[in-house]
Design a protein around this ligand. Sequence first.
Ligand SMILES: [Zn+2]
Length: 433
Amino acid sequence: MGNKQPTRRPAIQLKVKTILNRIQHFAGFVYREIRFRNQGSSLRIDVHVEAHAAMAAKCADCLEPAPGYDRLPERSWLFVPLWGIRTDFRYAPRRVQCAQHGIGVEHIPWSVGKRPVTTAMMAFLARWAQRMSWRETARTFHTSWEAVYRSVQWFVQWGLAHRQLESVESIGIDEIHWSKGQRSANFLTVIYQIDRHCRRLLWVGPRRTQATLRRGLAALGPQVVSGLRFVCSDMWRPYLQVIAAKVQHALHVVDRFHVTMNLNQALDQVRRAESGRLRGQPIAARLKKMRWKLLRRGSRVRGHARVKLNALLASRLATGRAWNLKESFQQFWRYKSVWWAGGFLDYWCERAMRSRLEPMKRIARMLQAHDELLLNWFRARGEVSSGAVEGLNNKIRVVTRRSYGFRTYHAMELALYHNLGRLPEPQLTHEFC
Ligand SMILES: [Zn+2]
């Protein structure tokens, strides 16, 4: 009888309230009504929230139910826009009298502190701020740069407070140049984790002094520092001293990427000095437009560039001799035994010292002074990746150059953690983006 008839259901109207209850239900609160509001010429949506009549408010400190004290005036929180329309939560918070914590504002699950933006919207903005510039994020979602900045700040602070640092074994320490100028304020010190299973930015601080690195290591904490097995860095003296003092138990490696960079700088100094000396003479033409051909690895210079390079090498110019020294150092990294690598290092440094090229002699002296750190590269072989620091540096440049419209150092620091820190994210009931 009745079973044979298809049951008739009343048509269910999908309302905004239904959607909100489905994706973001907060126990103890109800969505009372959702209304349009005209603010000047622009349309807005107000989501009016109300406390559940039968449930007590909770103390914000201990999350325990507490008797009500009084009610504050209505506040509003920016929510994720619906169909591009600015949307706000509106609610008049209660104050509670907690037996333990005294009188205070109740726990409001969509809110953090006094921030005028819901956590859902902060996470939404922060995620978009990883994909495009902060300015663009603000413009796209009809909010301010300031709101994007505060959202990223909350997101990053949450991530830093909840990240796991237990398994850090290898770190790379480096200096990064940013903004214009060569003053010490234009440098950053970065500490990366460069383990095979996890590569990320652990810490960043302004300047590149001993004090900077000391602060960085202190921020990681004694437990992380004592668990380190490998430290990679260049030969920047302040870093060497701090590493020797603070991380003496780990194997300190000067990595290949930095040595190559130093050799290239020396070669470039020789080339610049020589083109200056030879200005006006026909032979100077050999040095024209050679900078990048000289700095590339020799095996990667092909075709017409190779012909020009060969002509330069045949001309017995100082630049050619410097190039030969730079290129022959590649052999160093191919050794299997520390002993043979050490022999090669001595031989190479002797050649460089006899080269009468001051920049090359300076490199040789530096390499000799730190020969143990160089040879540690062979002792750590297979454990420390030589490309990790270079790769992370390149990613940092993408962030510092992208037009985030950073107004302060602090904003850039946040962007670096946000993009390179691989931070955990706060869990929300719904993925808005
Ligand atoms: Zn309490």
